[in-house]
Structures are given as C-alpha cells and as structure tokens.
Ligand binder design. Structure first.
Ligand SMILES: Nc1ncnc2c1ncn2[C@@H]1O[C@H](COP(=O)(O)OP(=O)(O)OP(=O)(O)O)[C@@H](O)[C@H]1O
Length: 338
C-alpha cells in the first residue's frame, strides 16, 4: 500500500471510494444564491449584496481560494470574505462548496466561526462572508510562538472540544481539524472553521470517505483508521478521527513542530503513513510534560478508534479542567498576537 501511494503529493491524500452511501450534495437541496444564513447575531448588520463589502487586505490563501479582510460599507463592520474559485474540475468543487454552505447554515456556536452569508461572485466564484478572527489561525500563532505553555494548550483543548461537542451533537464530522482551521480572536476565543471536507453522518452510518467527488483531507492530521481503513477502520464512524486530529494539534503546540515525525524527516505520504499507523505518537512528549498532558494526548492518540477518548470523556479530563481551575496570565488565549 505504501509503495502504491508514495508518489502522491505530500500531506494530501486521495481517499478510496466510498463502500457505503454518503450524505453528499444530493442530500441537500440546491439553493438559490445569495443565501443569508440565520440566525444572525442581534445587532449584526444584514449583508444584502457582495458589492456592499469593500476589500481591505488579503488574510490568507487556502487550497480553494483566497480569504480577504472586508468592511461592510454601511455599518463599517469587518468580516473575512472567503472566495472560492472553480477553474478546474468546477462541478465537483462547486458541489463541495455548496455542501460547505449547507453545513454552515446549520451551525451556530461560540466555538465555531460564524458564517453571515454566501453569495455568487464574479466568474462563478462562491463567496462566504465569515466572522473575522483578528489574530488569525493557530498555525499563524505557532509560527511566531513556537511552543506553548501547558496551560495555554489546555485552553486550546477545551475550546476545540467544546466546538467538537457541538458539531458531533449535530452529527457533523469536521474531518480537517488542524492548526490553520482553528482561528483566534483578540478576545482570546478560538473557533473551528472550514467545513470544506466535513460530512453529516447518518445515525449508525460509517465515516463517509469519498474520492469520487474529489475530496481530500490533510494527511498529516488523519487518524490511522482514515489513512488505512482496510486494516484499522472496520466500522468507524468518523467522530473519533476528529479527536485524533485534536491530539496531533495539541502535541504540535507542545513540541513546537509537527510531532509525529522527527525533526528533519520529509513529510511525504509514506513517512506519514508509517508514523501515524505504526509509530509511537507520544515519542516527542518531553520529560517536562505533566502527567495530565501525557495522559490527555495519550487518550486522543489511541490508535484503536474504538478505545480512543470520546469528546465528553476528554472534556472531563483533569488536563482540561486544570486550565479553568487555575488563574494566571498563561491560562488563557488572551494577548495572542501574530
Ligand atoms: N474568518 C477568518 N478570519 C481571519 N482570518 C481567516 C479567516 N478564515 C481564514 N483566515 C485566514 O486565511 C487563511 C486561509 O484560510 P482557508 O480556510 O482558505 O485555508 P486553510 O485552512 O489555510 O488551508 P486549506 O485550504 O488547506 O484548508 C487561514 O490560514 C487564516 O490565516
């Protein structure tokens, strides 16, 4: 399997075709655009047209497009505008974006980045008006801060777990939890964003892995059962994969770099596959790590998805409770800056 797949692009993994039905775009009815997404925060201005938004700066680039900082001309409110372009394989990518819009319409949580509307842009672009997270992503923060104190990591864990509790309660599997999809604002809040590869899972159904609609995930944060469903994935439903990804993210905050391979190792597909499926995920936990942290990430990075910690179990773990029970400047995300 490793030999077959080693030519694939590093960190990006095309997944095998679905052995079972998925709740794909056909599950969601087509909608006319623009879509205004209820519920709106009280006091949040209604955005009627894309032309009401003035571009201020580029915030970043992702696989599908560009994210801009924009200002609503009438109210001066600031948003992030994610513009997805569809010049290649347009139908599949557009379906994926429409699917993302449908998921965003359903979610309303302080731990998930809010979407205020979806509009058709020029040349078939699709534009998402998102809550602006002024500090940027956890990836941006880590680039500057490198390592984080355990109390800060505990704050990250609690917020992401609260977001996952909400999403999983709505039967939404995120499937792409990683530092660049965790956004931070100046109030010290962290929120989950980017539902481009997320899925709504029917009760009792397995993880809807699919390739026929060009879905890819970020290989480095994938769990063993997603990477190698034949050997490790029997019957899995996807929720535990989000917990694994959280474990990798927290280890990355602790170690200051991607933790599952050694410093200097090339993160190609084969290396990652071996590290994730057969390596020791806790190899980089330093001697200074607290027993609570080690136990917590050990529960997230349990290779057998059936034995892995659940979101509810982890929310009650002493490591997470530590951050809310201890006062101090280091116990929260306040003051983060790029
Ligand atoms: N709501 C937002 N507020 C502030 N910055 C944002 C927001 N959304 C995205 N960004 C910035 O734009 C960057 C690109 O985001 P985008 O979701 O397009 O791609 P990504 O998650 O970085 O990569 P990928 O497409 O591989 O998932 C992010 O890394 C972040 O720095």
């Amino acid at each position: 399997m490793v030999r077959e797949r080693r030519h694939q692009q590093a960190l990006e993994l095309l997944l095998p075709p679905p052995p079972y039905p998925i709740l794909g775009p056909e599950f969601f009815p087509c909608y006319p655009l623009p879509v205004l997404l209820p519920p709106f925060e009280s006091g949040s201005p209604r955005i009627e047209r894309l032309s009401d938004l003035e571009k201020l700066a580029v915030l970043g680039h992702g696989n599908g497009g560009t994210v801009y900082k924009v200002r609503h001309r009438q109210s001066s409110a600031v948003y992030a505008l994610k513009v997805l372009r569809f010049d290649r394989d347009a139908t599949a990518l557009r379906e994926r974006a429409a699917h993302e819009a449908e998921i965003l319409k359903r979610v309303d949580s302080p731990f998930v980045v809010r979407c205020h509307g979806v509009f058709d842009g020029h040349c078939g672009d699709l534009c998402f008006v998102m809550e602006y997270m002024d500090v940027g992503s956890l990836h941006d923060v880590l680039r500057v801060r490198r390592r984080m104190a355990e109390k800060v990591v505990a704050g990250v864990a609690r917020r992401v777990l609260e977001g996952l509790r909400y999403l999983h309660g709505m039967r939404i599997v995120h499937r792409d939890v990683k530092p660049s999809n965790l956004l931070v604002n100046g109030q010290g809040e962290m929120k989950i964003s980017d539902f481009g590869v997320s899925r709504v899972v029917g009760v009792g159904s397995k993880d809807p892995i699919c390739m026929d609609d060009s879905y890819v995930g970020t290989c480095a944060y994938m769990s063993p059962e997603r990477l190698d469903p034949d050997s490790c994935g029997d019957g899995y439903d996807g929720f535990a994969g989000d917990v694994w990804a959280l474990g990798v993210v927290l280890m990355e905050c602790h170690v200051g770099r991607f933790p599952l391979i050694s410093a200097g190792q090339r993160p190609d597909w084969a290396t990652l596959m071996w590290a994730i499926c057969f390596g020791d995920p806790l190899m980089e936990v330093g001697e200074t790590a607290s027993p609570e942290f080690e136990s917590f990430v050990g529960r997230c990075l349990e290779k057998d998805w059936r034995r892995r910690g659940s979101v509810l179990e982890l929310l009650n773990h002493p490591f997470v409770n530590w951050c809310s029970s201890t006062e101090g400047p280091d116990d929260d995300l306040h003051g983060w800056d790029k």
